[in-house]
Design a protein around this ligand. Structure first.
Ligand code: UD1
Ligand code: CA
Length: 461
């Protein structure tokens, strides 16, 4: 296989977004537009990836710069798509293979379509292959002009503004995505002129130039024309986000997941869910979240970068970030799991309970109104209602250990660093500042005094 190289055009201004941010950094379904494009590009394992930046170049560069294997070319003035591609030349000097041109603002292109384009291009030994689509409303797009009254080989691409009335009737359009053989590409780009309605260097002019020189130009037509949709406005941003979301939801349902209301299931592209899991309305599953099978995620839950094992149930309105919930555990309603929390098998985190960097062992329960931070809690521990772990002394965070089978009475405070031994009890309402040994009862509260007849006496006064 010859090398594949990818060039992504991202220099344009995006005026209609009316934004202080570069267009390609706007997000749809949890990823920036250009991220979607880079993710699709990964399907052809590019040896080189060049992003052509111009408008707000520094912002785009700074945001993407941390990623390995990305090169940037700058196009200071946007003189057209042909000129934009030319800016990538130095990054491809001395290389060979196929150059795939993508648009940074077209996030719906599927990896499979990109692979099909490159496969057809190399198999047919073409100098250029244009990805095309048939659409009901071709207005605004470049039209694919074919020989033999539209039935033959591609002869040229004519931009909407330059098209004759007859050409405007053509419903096959240029996606703006192409595969090019590297060898003749850059020399040929220099022969593109600006004699057109917009006075720009049109990359699609290469089709006519190649055909006139007897080079092979092929086309691959998409089955689903929506894949080429680009984003030029907030309206279109919402439209592509809706398509990404619906596509993901359809895949999940096809694989055996119940989405009670797909219209309000917000599930990111990388999220995985096992069969027979039920997702209720208004649920947000984001980032690298993995949900097992047979789980139930109730309405209003938001899960970010977390793992939920088989059979776990998350009740309404929980927020769960970078945490793990083991199989059969129950969380919520109204629980907050902050990063690095681990809820063990069959364990229970109830309403208004917050965990941070805390392990709650197998079968343990914290059913009501607790804060558990920086704690390692063993198996079959009962954390009574209103228990607070005081993990912060105003300067430092300290750890707490609660061993297997311990019982923490309601409304207790455990002032860290502190340890409650195996099977120990803490009396309700205690402020525990010293370790409680295994099997002991820790009690730390004011002693109760009852005054007989006090009520009656006071009333007479
Ligand atoms: C382009 C194609 C058209 C095709 C359509 C598909 C040309 C001349 N026309 O039209 O045939 O049907 O895409 O969407 O190519 N860009 C730069 N630098 C420039 C100009 C553009 O980086 O100097 C970038 C833009 O930011 C954008 C992309 O290239 O991401 C496409 O450019 P645009 O001017 O929007 O082309 P279209 O008019 O959409
Ligand atoms: Ca455009």
């Amino acid at each position: 296989m010859p090398d594949n190289h990818v060039v992504i055009l991202a220099a344009g201004k995006g005026t209609r977004m009316k934004s202080a941010d570069p267009k390609v950094l706007h997000r749809a379904a949890g990823f920036s537009l250009i991220d979607h494009v880079l993710r699709a590009a990964a399907a052809i394992a590019p040896a080189t990836t060049v992003v052509v930046v111009g408008h707000m170049a520094d912002r785009v560069r700074d945001t993407l710069g941390k990623r390995p294997g990305l090169a940037f070319a700058s196009q200071e003035v946007q003189l057209g798509t042909g000129h934009a591609l030319l800016q990538a030349e130095s990054h491809l000097a001395g290389k060979s293979g196929t150059v795939v041109l993508l648009s940074g603002d077209a996030p719906l292109l599927r990896p499979a379509s990109l692979r099909a384009l490159v496969q057809a291009h190399t198999a047919r030994g073409a100098a250029a292959t244009v990805l095309t689509a048939r659409v009901d409303r071709p207005q605004g797009y470049g039209r694919v002009v074919r020989e033999d009254s539209g039935r033959g080989r591609i002869a040229a691409i004519v931009e909407d503004k330059d098209a004759t009335p007859a050409e405007r009737e053509i419903d096959e359009i240029n996606s703006g995505i192409y595969a090019f053989a590297l060898e003749p590409l850059f020399a040929s780009l220099r022969s593109i002129g600006v004699a057109n309605a917009q006075g720009e260097y049109y990359l699609p002019d290469l089709v006519k130039i190649y055909r006139e020189r007897g080079l092979t130009v092929e086309t691959v037509t998409l089955d689903d024309s929506r894949e080429i949709l680009g984003v030029n406005s907030r309206r279109e941003l919402a439209d592509v986000a809706a398509i990404l979301r619906a596509t993901k939801n359809d895949e999940l349902m096809a694989s055996g997941v119940t989405l009670i209301d797909p219209a309000t299931a917000w599930i990111g592209p990388d999220v995985t869910i096992g069969a027979d899991t039920i997702v209720h309305p208004n649920v947000y599953l984001e980032g690298q979240t993995r949900i097992g099978s047979g789980c139930e995620i109730h309405a209003g839950v938001r899960v970010i970068d977390s793992t939920v094992d088989d059979g776990a149930v998350i009740y309404n309105y929980c927020v769960i970030t970078a945490s793990h919930i083991a199989s059969g555990a129950q969380v919520g309603p109204f629980a907050h799991l902050r990063p690095q929390s681990d809820v063990g098998e069959g364990a229970k985190v109830g309403n208004f309970t917050e965990l941070k960097k805390t392990t709650l062992g197998k079968g343990s329960k914290a059913s009501h109104l607790s804060y558990l931070g920086d704690a390692t809690i063993g198996e079959k521990v009962n954390i009574g209602a209103g228990t607070i772990i005081c993990n912060y002394d105003g300067t430092h965070k300290h750890p707490t250990v609660i061993e297997d089978g311990a019982f923490i009475g309601s409304d207790s405070q455990l002032v860290a660093p502190v340890k409650v031994g195996k099977g120990a009890y803490v009396a309700a309402g205690s402020s525990i500042v010293e370790d409680v040994p295994a099997g002991a009862l820790g009690i730390a509260r004011g002693k109760q005094a009852n005054k007989p007849g006090w009520v009656e006496k006071n009333r007479k006064k």
